[in-house]
Design a protein around this ligand. Sequence first.
Ligand SMILES: Cc1cc2nc3c(=O)[nH]c(=O)nc-3n(C[C@H](O)[C@H](O)[C@H](O)COP(=O)(O)O)c2cc1C
Length: 387
Amino acid sequence: MSRTGWFETVAEAQRRARKRLPKSVYSALVAGSEQGLSIDDNVAAFGELGFAPHVANLSAKRDLSTTIMGQQISLPVIISPTGVQAVHPDGEVAVARAAAARGTVVGLSSFASKPVEEVCAANPQTFFQMYWVGTRERMIERMERARSAGASGLIVTLDWSFSNGRDWGSPAIPEKMDLRAMARFAPEGLMRPRWLLDFAKTGKVPDLTTPNLARPGETPPTFFGAYGEWMGTPLPTWEDVAWLREQWGGPFMLKGIMRVDDAKRAVEAGVSAISVSNHGGNNLDGTPAPIRVLPAIAAAVGDEVEIVLDGGIRRGSDVVKAVALGARAVMIGRAYLWGLAAGGQAGVENVLDILRGGIDSAILGTGHSSIHDLTADDLIIPPGFTR
Ligand SMILES: Cc1cc2nc3c(=O)[nH]c(=O)nc-3n(C[C@H](O)[C@H](O)[C@H](O)COP(=O)(O)O)c2cc1C
């Protein structure tokens, strides 16, 4: 990306994504279910937390590196899996390359548009994400495919309650991008010529299939075909979670924990990590921001399992707040999707650089030399903040 393509904040990446993408694609990124209570709280909650900075005896050097599920990462930020398609022709491969270039892990959704083999080749630090979809046999096949491709961890996301109403109106996403659908989208595409041009240069229309849910040689199901299989799958129990973890055998993250009792059950099921998450406010609306429940969960299971937080991270200081309240690292969703829309791989690298700079600045201000030294004492937490 040329210097002129560089952006200074995630808010600017979002503005560029809005300008560049067709309305329906941009709306699918913003998402947020029902009234949007959760998505709004995810961002607002970070704004309620303040810092208590020092001014002298500050550290000239700051260490931002850590590990997550056995992977060394250069900053406490990893890429959260998102099953969003048609943002950029290089899609998840561009995101994987950007994460590799910046020394961090990429999470790959099983609803993604690129095969897990291509993503692992772009970044060996790949965690493959699965929902509880299909028969046990199919789940093992998909998991084994990711393992053979070289995935170094599994993320299992359980927080989904098939809520489908949005007060602001759900975007119309076609079953597949054939010529008829392109024609229907044409007026939107014409208003966003650069997005259309990016795809035109590749000679392909946006891919709305899910290659990681197909058997080798099988035609990949469409996004909605896969969603239908998911809706028809009997819902998992804690025994099912323990079974899946056993089948995988390697580093295993359970994503979507919002309660202390569930965090304890996840530990009993033998998981290596949990993500305190409300699915970026896309699931059960009215679920509070994960940062509000993080302190209680960290106090209960922080010594037994690695804790990650996702939801609402827009700047480096948000990352520092989460780490101060007990997260080992955070995952980002929309921030990198906006970067991807704004500038492809370079846009995602730009977002990771913005976060790195913000983390470094907040660690400097709080007088530490390492992210591992952060505690709740570095923050000003208003009464009633936690849930
Ligand atoms: C457009 C979109 C698609 C998503 N798809 C998935 C998915 O396929 N699997 C999953 O585990 N989480 C998915 N998520 C949730 C993200 O992994 C993450 O929890 C959330 O985006 C974090 O909030 P943030 O966007 O505020 O950073 C999706 C989120 C968005 C915005």
